[in-house]
Design a protein. Sequence first.
Length: 224
Amino acid sequence: MGLFPGNQPWRGQNSHGVHEGAGGDFPLATCARTSTRRHKKGSNESGYGTGYVKPDTGARDWRDYFLLRTYPESMRDYETWPNRQSFRDAISKYTLEMKKLSERLLECLSINLGLSPNYLKEALGELHQDLMINHYPPCPDPSVAIGANKHTDLGGVTCLWQLHHVVGLQVLKDGEWYPVTPAPGAYIINVADMVELASNGIYKSIQHRAVVNPTKRRISIAAF
């Protein structure tokens, strides 16, 4: 990710327990699946879900996921949160750190444009953050399924953590799909649609997808 303003690396709080929790027998999503269901209040859709068939490709999304609205805090629907205080504490700590990281990244991107550090934050308005925990089980026939179909991300930036060092994320460049190899201890940062718009296309919101593995499961945690 490089250095932040003042030549200081970002050092976030790493005692939230989310990475360790999600790295076990997928207890966060299992807890979500057994305790909640995906539902919608107005435009506030959150909770547990699973893959679907995309009409234009026929390929099935081979994944389980748990979606939480986290910022602003007024968007949090605790009815979809498992009734475990340790879960809620871990998610609250983790998403606060991701909020701080996203704000610092927007400052860096603004400075790189030769503008005020607050330019992109002000252009995007109040920060809205979702957290999605994805579980991609082993797929016996990857030729008929995909982890997540190609898409770009909404919002400002996406901070993605990949567990188990299983390759699954791919990005589209010049008509070709390239795998993104997980680096231990590193986040993958995606510029999203609103930053592309606010920068007049200087920063690009790239198309990406997730592919499945015939023998290994993959877990990722995305804050966007």
